[in-house]
Design a protein around this ligand. Structure first.
Ligand SMILES: Nc1ncnc2c1ncn2[C@@H]1O[C@H](COP(=O)(O)OP(=O)(O)OP(=O)(O)O)[C@@H](O)[C@H]1O
Ligand SMILES: [Mg+2]
Length: 694
């Protein structure tokens, strides 16, 4: 018959009944400590390990305070032996049921304060407890208790292999906290249960909580001489005879082992999956909900369907990050990052992807691959040297900029004659003379223009006078509007980009900034004009590395030709099928008008405050935490990809160009190792038992 028990008899009765277990032990407890669990289950541990006995444990996980006492590490340890463990956010009942035929229902949690100690009679434990022992004869009562256990079991959640944690606290629609049971990293994606459809979120921050190092209420008062703000450790005796021995034990272990702690992650909600579609999340998840790793298809659908792989998702190595080719070709793209951050490498990877897509487009590919020329402006010759790896059919081109002094360009005259400043009136005179000669039907070459001007004469020492004398010395040095010439580097023949494919303009031997700018300006103008005349049949993509040199924010004079040409493409290229990719280590130094026309961004590591400011100003997806906390810390080769070519921003780890292809890494499976448990070197009994038994 059922009998009433109290105080230490509760723990003693439960332990005795468990000893008789043959097939099943079911335990519920709001709080469960490692020492109590070991004490209760010591006698049947080998049966559990041998798989002869089915052990089910339900404990409460509602808020962080539960973990001040409950020892997740110990529970996980039993899970490894074969126990099935579930967590409930509303559990309060305390039951130990054995073989579905007897057990104890009581007020006692599985803690030493409730009597789970080795020598209860000598302990000054404080809780008043009460309970009932159910005997095999109390069939109806046992059946009722067993039914309640099943109900709680069904309502509780398992931590299965995919689970990384449990929602705690007070979730809101945009954010929730998760107590982690497996290791996670900042910016990793997770999925949380939610009514109406699971929520996809991203870990914004992770904090480690150690009860020996609490947040300080009185920081100044708690400072000790060594400067640490650790809670003072009380003497050992009071630690284990106080009101809550479990907290004392936890304090002791975490004091001597600061790494023993648990992690709480803050997750930002991104989307909710409602019947296979990602929608805005309108309801929050609930505390106690299980948080899992997302499967790859979640992350792929978050990106949208791009064709150009640029790398793998950070923390999710099996998930490729894709950009939409069409958006890159039509809506302009910018690549930023400090020197050495991996921009050129990233561009090579992107170009290789693009070329291979052009050659093998998917069945539904929108672009007409047969009709795209990609022209790379290569300041340092780094694309030229890997051109064959990017595209075996790549062609190198040169631009020959005539060195002659252009009589129709005042800046050219200024530089050619070493004048202090350009003289626009001189240019006007020369234009007027040239036009008159043409109207008269005479030859309008340099000699004729200079002769005509000489008729009027020039004051000695004037600009005109200096021009006459320079011309007389070397007439060959002068020309009227000389045109640069684009040639194929291997054949030397004129190149007009008629053939689709990859072209690389190697400028590494061109040191003069004006000549470089003119070469680039000429190539871009040429492409733009052809595209304009072609009525959409001459699609092109112009790729400009080191864009700050060709389209700067200030110091425009020497680079006027490239700047004008680039800005024209930035503003009007879309209409005629001319796309732009620019790259720069100093976004703040790139022309603002150009920056604002770029709709897709790949941002590598950036630390300069001006550059970060430029990103915050022009990149829509760049919020404060990204700019201040993430961008300055990115590793080489990792970039933040955002904009119209990818539906949600992603961190991508770009492979080293020419290096081995990235290898997918197996998901972490070590449950216990991953959980930074508070357990330290425990045998069958833990330290609290040994210390308190001394
Ligand atoms: N994704 C990557 N993985 C591994 N290493 C990389 C990666 N990207 C770049 N690196 C390393 O960093 C070096 C510099 O990279 P890269 O030339 O792409 O930088 P950058 O951003 O273009 O710099 P700069 O602004 O000076 O041109 C490379 O030579 C390579 O060794
Ligand atoms: Mg570079």
């Amino acid at each position: 018959m059922a009998r009433f028990i109290s105080q230490d008899s509760v723990a003693a009765a439960a332990t005795e009944i468990v000893k008789t277990a043959e097939s099943a032990v079911d335990i519920t407890g709001a709080w469960i400590t490692g020492s109590a669990l070991r004490l209760l289950l010591q006698s049947i541990r080998s049966k559990i390990e041998a798989g002869q006995l089915n052990l089910r444990i339900i404990c409460r996980l509602h808020g962080l305070t539960d973990l001040d006492i409950t020892d997740l590490g110990a529970i996980k340890e039993f899970e490894q032996f074969g126990a099935q463990v579930r967590f409930s956010r509303r559990l309060h009942a305390k039951m130990v049921l054995v073989d579905h035929k007897h057990g104890v229902v009581s007020s006692s949690n599985l803690t030493s304060a409730a009597g789970y100690v080795h020598q209860p009679e000598s302990q000054n434990w404080t809780n008043f407890e009460a309970g009932v022992v159910l005997e095999p004869a109390d069939q109806d009562l046992v059946a009722d208790a067993a039914a309640l256990f099943e109900r709680i079991w069904d309502d509780s959640v398992p931590i299965d292999a995919q689970a990384v944690g449990v929602v705690i606290g007070e979730p809101i629609t945009t954010q929730f906290d998760v107590i982690m049971v497996r290791p996670v990293k900042r910016s990793q994606y997770v999925v949380a249960e939610c009514e109406g459809g699971p929520l996809l979120g991203k870990i914004d921050e992770i904090k480690t909580i150690n009860v020996s190092f609490p947040t300080l209420e009185r920081p100044a008062a708690s400072q000790n001489s060594t400067g640490y703000n650790r809670e003072p450790l009380p003497d050992l005796r009071s630690l284990f005879t106080g009101e809550s021995k479990e907290q004392g034990f936890l304090k002791l272990t975490t004091f001597f082992d600061p790494a023993a702690a648990f992690n709480v992650a803050t997750v930002r909600v991104l989307k909710q999956r409602v019947s296979d579609q990602l929608k805005m999340a309108l309801v929050p998840t609930a505390p106690g909900g299980i948080v899992q790793q997302p499967t790859d298809d979640w992350l792929l659908s978050l990106q949208g369907e791009g064709e150009l792989e640029i790398g793998r998702a950070l923390n999710h190595e099996s998930v490729p990050v894709h950009l939409k080719a069409d958006e890159i070709l039509r809506r302009h793209c910018a690549v930023y990052g400090m020197t050495g951050a991996g921009k050129s490498n990233g561009l090579k990877v992107l170009l290789r992807s693009l070329v291979s897509w052009l050659k093998h487009p998917s069945a539904d590919g929108q672009a007409q691959p047969g009709n795209l020329r990609v022209i790379v402006i290569d300041t340092h010759g780094e694309y030229a040297s890997s051109s064959k790896q990017i595209d075996p059919d790549a062609r190198l081109v040169n631009v020959l900029v005539p060195e002659a002094i252009d009589l129709l360009d005042d800046v050219s005259i200024k530089e050619g004659l070493n004048l202090a400043r350009a003289d626009p009136t001189l240019k006007e005179k020369i234009w007027a003379v040239k036009e008159r000669l043409e109207e008269d039907g005479s030859t309008a070459d340099c000699a004729a223009v200079i002769d005509e001007l000489k008729q009027v004469g020039a004051t000695r020492g004037s600009t005109l006078d200096r021009l006459f004398r320079a011309f007389d010395r070397d007439p060959q040095k002068f020309a009227l509007a000389p045109q640069p010439e684009i040639t194929d580097a291997s054949s030397g023949r004129a190149e007009d980009f008629e053939e689709p494919g990859l072209y690389i303009l190697n400028l590494n031997k061109v040191h003069d900034i004006t000549v470089r700018s003119e070469s680039v300006g000429h190539v871009i103008d040429h492409v733009f004009e052809r595209a304009k005349d072609s009525e959409g049949t001459f699609n092109s993509l112009i790729v400009i590395d080191e864009a700050q040199n060709f389209a700067p924010e200030s110091g425009l004079d020497p680079v006027r030709s490239s700047l004008d040409a680039i800005l024209r493409v930035a503003r009007e290229g879309r209409k005629f099928g001319v796309g732009l990719i620019i790259s720069s280590q100093r976004p703040a130094n790139v022309n603002t008008g150009l920056r604002s026309q770029c709709n897709t961004h790949l941002i590598f590591r950036l630390v300069n405050a001006n550059d970060l400011g430029a990103i915050a100003d022009t990149v829509e997806a760049a919020d404060r935490s990204l700019v201040s906390a993430m961008l300055p810390q990115l590793d080489i080769g990792t970039c933040f990809a955002c904009g119209t070519a990818i539906e949600s921003p992603f961190f991508a780890v770009v492979p080293l160009f020419g290096g081995a292809a990235p290898v997918a890494i197996e998901p972490q499976s070590d449950l216990l190792g991953a959980f930074r448990s508070v357990s330290i070197d425990r045998g069958p009994l833990d330290k609290s038992d040994r210390i308190s038994a001394d």
